[in-house]
Design a protein around this ligand. Sequence first.
Ligand SMILES: C[S@@+](CC[C@H](N)C(=O)[O-])C[C@H]1O[C@@H](n2cnc3c(N)ncnc32)[C@H](O)[C@@H]1O
Length: 252
Amino acid sequence: MSEVTQPQTTFADQKRKTVETAEFTADGRYMRKVRSFVLRTGRLSEYQKNAMNNYWADFGLEYQDTPFDFNAIYGNDNPVVLEIGFGMGTSLVEMAKNNPQRNYLGIEVHTPGVGACVALAVQEKITNLRVICHDAMEILRDSIADNSLGGLQLFFPDPWQKSKHHKRRIVQPEFIRLIQQKLKCGGFIHMATDWQNYAEHMLETLQNSAGLANQSPTGDYIPRPDFRPLTKFEQRGQKLGHGVWDLYFIYR
Ligand SMILES: C[S@@+](CC[C@H](N)C(=O)[O-])C[C@H]1O[C@@H](n2cnc3c(N)ncnc32)[C@H](O)[C@@H]1O
């Protein structure tokens, strides 16, 4: 009888399957959660898989139920900027490269995007970036210490356009409260979206949060800043003729 060779399961394949394990309680019961994402089943390319399998030890962090020690992770005490939902990571890697005086922490649930980001970081020889493949809400709640972040970036979060889906939008009063808890005094919140209705919702939510100072001279949005590289999602929107709204607040 001929032997059947099982396809080899690599670390990258396992990561694809484990990103949502926190849907279950410790005793195995299913927990219903309103999440800001739907996991797409995109396969990792060989390039992305190799990056995950060979460089996760250098760039990857895992969910943990105690706060990360950023000084130990980055080997310095530079400010840590968190980016939630970095997509394929092109703009995040560019920002990390352009700002060596900052540390960057990216969170993304889409595994091919995480693989692409790691591959690019290796190619660009980036040392001030770490990535996590997990739900950002759980990382914020459990793995990030209070008063520990220098800034938060949220670029083109899923707009969840239909009213019945608005509850899935990541920007909610509780989300902003959690971010404020994690920011150091003087830390920033920078958001951008190409969906006007979401921009208005972001503005209202941020303005209603005590302790946040809007940096817009007009009291609403800021002009698109040069230091924010064009993201992949934004490029797609530009081709469709979408506008862009940037919001920039400081936590006092
Ligand atoms: C519309 S895409 C934008 C990606 C990228 N920022 C860009 O502009 O090209 C939004 C991304 O956020 C990610 N995302 C949504 N909710 C998330 C969460 N709770 N934790 C981590 N990533 C999340 C999605 O997987 C998706 O890749």
